[in-house]
Design a protein around this ligand. Structure first.
Ligand SMILES: [Cu+2]
Length: 250
C-alpha cells in the first residue's frame, strides 16, 4: 500500500513538472492556460509564476501523500489502537527550515522581477495618457510638440495604438471611480484611481490586436468597458497618428 501511494505521488510530481514546463514553452496556438506574453517583462513574470507553481505543486503532492501514508499505516485495527506520537524535533526543524529557505529564495526572486516591472521606469520613447471613465478609455497622445494638453494632442476613445519595440510610459488616470487597466498579454493590471496619476511602462515585443479590459467593477456598464489595442510597427503607428490627427482637425 505504502509503495503504491509513493509511486502515485512520484507520478503526479513528474506530471506536474512536465505540464508546467510544457505550458511555459507552448506556442500561442496551443497555449491552454496563460495568454501570450508580449512584453519584455512578461516572460519573467511567467517564469516566476511557473517556478512558484512547481514548488508549491511538489510540496502539495508530498504533504498529501505523507498524510495518506500515515493515515493508512498507523490507523487503528482490530486488536491494535492507532499509533500515537508526540513529535520529533529533528523532523520539525527540517520542515520549518526548508520551507523558510524556499520562501526566502522566492521572495528575493520576486523582488527582482517586481523592481524591474514596477520600479523606476526606463526612459520612455513614447508617453500616452489613458483616462478611464464610466465606461470608456480616453486615450491621449502629446502630438508633435511632445507636450500634453496642447492644440496638437491626438485623442481617441477605446483605441490604443502602440509601436512595437519601443518603451512606452502610460500615465493612468480616472475621471470618476476606480477602474483597472488590464491587458492580460502584458501581464499588467493596474488600478486607475481618481485624483492620482499612476505610471506604468511596457515595451511590446510583438505586433497584433488585443483587448483592454476594465478589471474593477466600476458601475452598471462595467461589462462593456472594453478597449482595443493595436501593436504595430513604428511606421504604421506614425501613419495612424497622422491620420487620426487629420481626421480630428476636419
Ligand atoms: Cu471600469
Amino acid at each position: 500500500m505504502l509503495t503504491v501511494v509513493l509511486r502515485l505521488a512520484a507520478a503526479v510530481t513528474v506530471w506536474l513538472a512536465a505540464a508546467a514546463a510544457a505550458w511555459a514553452d507552448a506556442t500561442p496556438g496551443v497555449r491552454i492556460w496563460l495568454p501570450e506574453a508580449i512584453t519584455t517583462t512578461a516572460p519573467e513574470i511567467d517564469r516566476l509564476f511557473y517556478c512558484v507553481l512547481v514548488i508549491t505543486g511538489i510540496a502539495f503532492v508530498l504533504v498529501e501523500a505523507t498524510l495518506l501514508v500515515f493515515l493508512i499505516r498507523y490507523r487503528a485495527r482490530p486488536g491494535r489502537s492507532a499509533t500515537y506520537t508526540h513529535g520529533n524535533s529533528l523532523v520539525e526543524i527540517i520542515w520549518t527550515v526548508l520551507p523558510a529557505c524556499l520562501l526566502l529564495v522566492l521572495a528575493l526572486r520576486s523582488q527582482r522581477v517586481w523592481a524591474r516591472v514596477r520600479g523606476t521606469p526606463p526612459t520612455p520613447q513614447l508617453e500616452v495618457e489613458i483616462t478611464a471613465e464610466q465606461f470608456a478609455w480616453n486615450i491621449r497622445y502629446a502630438g508633435a510638440d511632445g507636450t500634453f494638453n496642447t492644440a496638437d494632442d491626438i485623442t481617441t476613445v477605446n483605441q490604443l495604438h502602440l509601436p512595437v519595440q519601443k518603451t512606452v510610459l502610460i500615465r493612468l488616470k480616472s475621471k470618476d471611480v476606480i477602474h483597472s487597466f488590464f491587458v492580460p498579454q502584458f501581464r499588467m493590471k493596474q488600478d486607475a484611481v481618481p485624483g492620482l496619476t499612476t505610471h506604468v511602462w511596457i515595451s511590446a515585443t510583438k505586433t497584433g490586436h488585443y483587448e483592454i479590459a476594465c478589471a474593477e467593477l466600476c458601475g452598471l456598464g462595467h461589462y462593456r468597458m472594453r478597449g482595443y489595442l493595436t501593436i504595430e510597427t513604428s511606421e504604421a503607428f506614425q501613419a495612424w497618428l497622422a491620420q487620426t490627427l487629420a481626421e480630428q482637425q476636419t
